[in-house]
Design a protein around this ligand. Structure first.
Ligand code: MIC
Ligand code: SF4
Length: 754
């Protein structure tokens, strides 16, 4: 039986009536996204036709998922909410803190020792508050959720940007910061701006070398890293129904890379098959009972331009395998063009390592298709040129692929199997020689490839591709190898071609697992003690942030004007810093160390205006804090792209930054800043970015009349004695203004507990 089947049943019981009411209210057929959103409104009956991209709306998500690197902060906040239990079914997954180095078993043991304090903390908080706990080694949050918790038509939030993976099973699943998760677990509504809708119609059918990954790599190329901001992407068409459920998961997962709020798919046979094969026939039966409500109304997919804000059509018959990168996931190159493009850009073409797996591409189908290529190495007397690694997404998949002999086949090509965890995808990869910072190329089936992300080396060129293509390129050892047309020279000196990959959507003998790694919480957790050692380097209880002083902010210093891409990896790096995710003061030492200073083009070197000296960003900011001087961070487009980690907002807050002013924000990061009581502002005129000078003293005027839709003024006092006033916009609603005034959303929850 599925977990929390009662919750699923109640969602389905109320769905027909609420969908009908919404359809009548809007007076037109509904998309799937709208059906799910209207069925999860906090207030019912439905009374308002919400304006896309404008109205803030309260929702009641069905569940919450958290991974260990973000759960620490989410739960430290939740512990202050005074609730005996989480208000909705919630889970914690230990996946981000395991370093990949010597192979699964040894690496897992090391993590269990190194992170014992954090695991014990997460396990005891989970036990106390009725939260399901998935132990280290159980798998990556999004695979475990897909296998156990996701259900068509449901709504969940998760403290990880790739929570959207569950869209593959027809959910509206959205990545958030820990403070949002804390609200929902505390029984409060969850707020989201009513999203815009992008429709993607897939015609034709995947074939040969092309995989679901190529769909999203292509979409990322079309929409770019910010094209999906504020939108739900709904996929439909014959190309969708002929694709596996886990393939849909891959597409939904990487929707995070275009900034989409989430992506989703209508319920179909592939989802039913997946539910049944993962032990959830009960969910499949329930879903079959309301099938018509779990997809869009017929006219929507027949005439999509009438219902979506934007429609994209991709013909899968013509889609080529793609490689996206380096350094950004939207730089899409079809494999047939790689030779030319790599030469023109000077990208190193020798592939050093191929890495498959991760939360987005480690399904049974993915691995079986990759194995069909690995088998050809011995059959065709080839030799694998690059190193090759596999990170399975869950123990259930790992156990099953071992049983079915796949791991043996990989072993024969010299592959290393890492623990069921994030590992190399998030810099938890002790790659030999990375410290030499040599220019080199890797290919992987993960989803992000920002600078330094995998191995900490800024000169590693990482390209994202399907597991099939990654395997082929690892065999060839060459980025420009096009398996559709090119041949390889085998050990006998003959020219051989790789046959296109083949595989099984689901294991024909069913999934199996001995210990999935789940630990249920205590029925009554009131007696469970949660201890945090005050001298701990890894965990620190949170002190409330100070409330707003009630005046305009004057005499602040410019901390940094960041140039170009500034993702959450640049603001709060992962990898070696993940160990401090539960200790705000310690992790603040990584604040903005990856951001490029506009004035000297260097990272982690900014001017301290009090002394005139250049120094590290966190160090400089600590000096401003000690002197009681506020500061401002300035950024470019899509600032805060990538992760949901709220540390990227809490660190500046903790160290005394007062405002972040940028050309545009990524959705989750903007909300995280607001939640923590920061000012998240945008240039009314983007070219005003050029007016910000290194020695500026800055005032923000208009805060005493801070109101929705009313811009603020910023006065830039330049060091030549002149000053300029620029207009800055914000998107705060009344409630969010309260968060700012109180010093953060948590202070409001704290007050209501007292
Ligand atoms: C990522 O893929 O960047 C992460 C690591 O999973 C993050 C979460 C985190 O920073 O802890 C994400 O995607 O939200
Ligand atoms: Fe983990 Fe990478 Fe997936 Fe993030 S994207 S959850 S780091 S596997």
């Amino acid at each position: 039986m599925a977990f929390d089947i009662d919750v699923i049943k109640s969602v389905y019981d109320r769905m027909p009536e609420r969908v009908k009411a919404a359809r009548e209210l809007l007076g037109r057929p509904l998309t799937l996204s709208e059906k799910i959103l209207y069925n999860h409104l906090w207030e019912n009956p439905v009374s308002q036709n919400f304006k896309r991209g404008a109205d803030y709306v309260d929702f009641a998500p069905d569940r919450v998922a958290m991974q260990d690197a973000t759960a620490q902060m989410a739960l430290l906040q939740f512990m202050q909410a005074g609730r005996p239990q989480a208000a909705v079914p919630s889970t914690v997954h230990c996946d981000h803190l395991i370093t990949a180095q010597n192979g699964a078993e040894e690496d897992l043991n090391t993590a269990n020792n190194e992170s014992k304090e954090v695991y014990d903390f997460l396990a005891s908080v989970s036990n106390k508050y009725g939260i399901g706990f998935w132990k280290p080694g159980a798998g990556i949050i999004h695979q475990v959720v897909l296998e156990n918790y996701a259900f068509p038509g449901g709504m969940m939030i998760g403290t990880d940007s790739h929570t959207v993976n569950a869209g593959g099973l027809g959910m509206i699943a959205i990545g958030v910061g820990g403070a949002d998760a804390c609200d929902v677990m505390a029984g409060l509504p969850w707020e989201l701006k009513w999203p815009k809708l992008i429709g993607v119609k897939l015609t034709g059918k995947l074939n040969g070398w092309t995989a679901p990954k190529d769909v999203i790599l292509k979409v990322a190329g079309i929409l770019t890293v910010k094209g999906g901001t504020g939108a739900i992407v709904e996929y439909f068409g014959e190309g969708v129904t002929s694709m596996s459920c886990t393939g849909k998961g891959t597409i939904a997962n990487m929707g995070a890379e275009i900034g989409a709020t989430t992506s989703t798919f209508g319920y179909d046979d592939s989802m039913e098959r997946y539910l049944r094969s993962t032990g959830r026939a009960d969910v499949a039966d329930l879903a079959n009972g309301i099938r018509e409500h779990l997809t869009a109304d017929a006219d929507v997919y027949a005439n999509p331009e009438k219902y979506f804000d934007e429609v994209i059509e991709i013909n899968l018959n013509e889609l080529e395998p793609h490689l996206n990168g380096p350094f950004t996931p939207d730089l899409a190159t079809p494999i047939s063009k790689m030779k030319e493009v790599a030469a023109a850009n000077g990208w190193p073409t020798k592939v050093e390592v191929g890495l498959i797996g991760s939360c987005t591409n480690s399904s049974y189908e993915d691995i079986s298709r990759a194995v069909s290529l690995a088998k050809q190495v011995s059959e065709k007397n080839l030799k694998t040129k690059a190193e090759f690694t596999i990170t399975p997404g869950s123990e259930q998949v790992r156990y099953t692929i071992e049983r079915d002999g796949f791991l043996d086949t990989f072993d024969k090509i010299g592959a290393k199997v890492f623990a069921n965890a994030c590992g190399p995808c998030i810099g938890m990869w002790n790659r030999m020689g990375a410290e030499k910072q040599e220019k080199n190329t890797i290919v992987h089936s993960f989803n992000r490839n920002f600078a330094k992300r995998a191995d900490g080396n800024p000169n590693t060129y990482a390209f994202v591709g399907s597991p099939e293509l990654v395997t082929a390129l690892a065999i060839a050892g060459d980025l420009t190898f096009n398996p559709l047309t090119d041949t390889l020279t085998n050990e006998n000196g003959e020219q051989v071609k790789l046959d296109p990959p083949t595989g099984d959507e689901l294991p024909s003998n069913g999934f199996a697992v001995e210990d999935a790694g789940y630990q249920a919480p205590a029925e009554d957790g009131s007696g469970v003690k949660v201890a945090v050692d005050p001298s701990s380097k890894r965990l620190q209880l949170l002190d409330p942030f100070q409330a707003w002083e009630g005046t305009d902010l004057k005499g602040m210093k410019l901390l940094i004007k960041a140039k170009g891409k500034c993702t959450t990896d640049h603001i709060s790096m992962a990898g070696p810093w993940l160990k401090f995710r539960g200790h705000l003061d310690n992790i603040s030492d990584n604040m903005l160390i990856g951001a490029v200073n506009f004035f000297n083009e260097k990272t982690n070197e900014v001017k301290n205006q009090l002394t005139g000296q250049y120094g590290a960003v966190p160090h400089t900011q600590r000096a401003y804090k000690a002197a009681g001087v506020g500061s401002v961070v300035v950024g470019d487009e899509n600032y805060g792209e990538g992760s949901s980690r709220e540390h990227a907002a809490m660190e500046p807050r903790h160290l005394g930054v007062r405002a972040v002013l940028v050309k545009s924000f990524a959705r989750i990061h903007e909300t995280n800043l607001k939640k923590q009581g920061m000012l998240a502002l945008t240039f009314a005129d983007k070219s005003d970015y050029d007016k910000i000078q290194e020695n500026d003293n800055i005032d923000i005027i208009g805060l005493t009349e801070f109101a929705p839709g009313k811009p603020l003024q910023m006065v830039l006092h330049h060091d030549n004695g002149t000053s300029e006033t620029i207009t800055v916009n914000h998107s705060y609603n009344d409630q969010q203004i309260e968060w700012f005034k109180e010093g953060g959303a948590l202070n409001i929850i704290r007050k209501s507990v007292r």
